[in-house]
Write a protein that binds this ligand. Structure first.
Ligand code: ZN
Length: 400
């Protein structure tokens, strides 16, 4: 069997024992090799070992798909100078005493939050949403060490909706540094001033290296970027951020319609709609037979929802195409036209946001095509397919 060594990247520890649990988690028992700590009372360096504290388990980065836990009994040192000879638990650079995770794992969770949500990350990693949220909250206000950064060709602003507390959002600032995505900072809120203050704190020499900003679809970010970094910076709103907005249109219509149906339908009929929410959220290609069944019942009771669902999928279809900015612009304009011809009002707010951020949204296609510059063939056919998808819902003649 091929074997290799992994650097756990945990300073000052020695591995004692490795075991695999029944559910295939990896538990690595380590021992600290630290020879001293600072007395919590007098602050002096103390070296006398008093014993070992309760074992703690810290979640660490996964290895080959297995969840990894580091098991450790922290050393307690005793002070001979202070009265009553108090003991102090050693500290380490690789975990916070308050956390159940190593710092490396916390960073991993944060990176997973980019283009995702607290609930999704929690579900994928099998941790609680509260834990993900508290990791996020701990990162707020951490200062960036700019000295270690040479250039930031691009960075991203992602807002994460919070679940508890008074705040609605925090903003994750990430950047590609030396070919890996790193979290630069977590901003306490999404106010334009907060974003501006952060951008202003970037040293001039680094500001000059920024070519592109990938941003969430929110005026505050876009204006802050333009004001601090100038108009020449290319701002791109990623499709994930756009989809988040138009999906919420369908979501609010779904809530409204299900509320109506709950009143109008008898209990047995309404019960047929169980699971409708999840089915609506799934990608078309991931629908099970049961999902399709639920949706067809739902759409029978709510033609509006069916139409909104189709509109949503049509727009997703456009974003999936490998087309130029110009062609995308044409197709999205057509989409807007068709949606406006319908009686649906749920996309109105989204359409005005779309118009307001038109250039930044279309930049997504610019970026995409540059990555796949070999692409030309079959373009017209692709456009025809999208047009058919869009027009399929309506009589095409009504448009002209
Ligand atoms: Zn002391």
């Amino acid at each position: 069997m091929a074997k290799f060594e992994i650097d756990l990247n945990l300073p000052d520890v020695k591995i004692l024992h490795i075991e695999t649990t029944k559910i295939n988690d990896l538990i690595i028992t380590v021992k600290s090799t630290k020879k001293s700590t600072e007395c919590h009372k007098c602050g002096q360096k103390i070296t006398k070992v008093h014993g070992y504290g309760e074992a703690i388990m810290l979640r660490h980065l996964p290895i080959l798909g297995q969840s990894v836990y580091i098991r450790l009994r922290p050393t307690r040192f005793q002070c001979d100078t202070c009265d009553n000879h108090p003991t102090t638990r050693e500290d380490a650079d690789w975990y916070n005493q308050r956390s159940k995770f190593t710092k490396a794992y916390e960073e991993w969770l944060m990176r997973m939050l980019i283009n995702s949500t607290i609930d999704d990350v929690a579900r994928k990693e099998d941790v609680s949403s509260e834990e993900v949220e508290s990791v996020l909250n701990r990162q707020v206000e951490t200062k960036v060490n700019w000295d270690t950064i040479e250039k930031l060709t691009y960075f991203g602003l992602d807002e994460i909706a919070l679940k508890k507390g008074h705040k609605d959002f925090v903003v994750i600032v990430s950047a590609r540094i030396n070919d890996s995505v790193q979290i630069l900072a977590v901003l306490a809120d999404r106010k334009k001033e907060t974003v501006k203050t952060f951008l202003d704190s970037i040293p001039e020499r680094i500001k000059k290296t920024i070519k592109m900003v990938c941003s969430d679809m929110y005026d505050g970010y876009i204006n802050a970027v333009k004001e601090v970094l100038g108009n020449k910076i290319k701002i791109v709103i990623d499709r994930f951020h756009i989809a988040k907005h138009y999906r919420s249109c369908l979501n609010s219509l779904r809530k409204q319609e299900l509320k109506r149906l709950k009143k109008e339908l008898n209990e047995a009929d309404y019960a047929q709609l169980k699971g409708a929410m999840w089915a609506l959220r799934k990608k078309e290609e991931n629908l099970t037979e049961q999902d399709k069944e639920v949706l067809s019942v739902l759409f029978k009771y709510s033609p509006d929802l069916e139409q909104a669902y189709n509109f949503q999928n049509d727009l997703t279809g456009i974003f999936e195409q490998n087309i130029s900015k110009c062609e995308a612009s044409l197709l999205i304009r057509e989409w807007i036209k068709i949606v406006k011809l319908s009686t649906l009002t749920c996309f109105e707010k989204f359409i005005s946001t779309l118009n307001k951020n038109w250039n930044e949204i279309l930049n997504y296609f610019y970026h995409r095509q540059r990555k796949n510059s070999g692409f030309v063939e079959g373009l017209n056919n692709k456009i025809k397919v999208i047009k058919r998808r869009c027009y399929g819902i309506f009589d095409i003649n009504r448009l002209f």
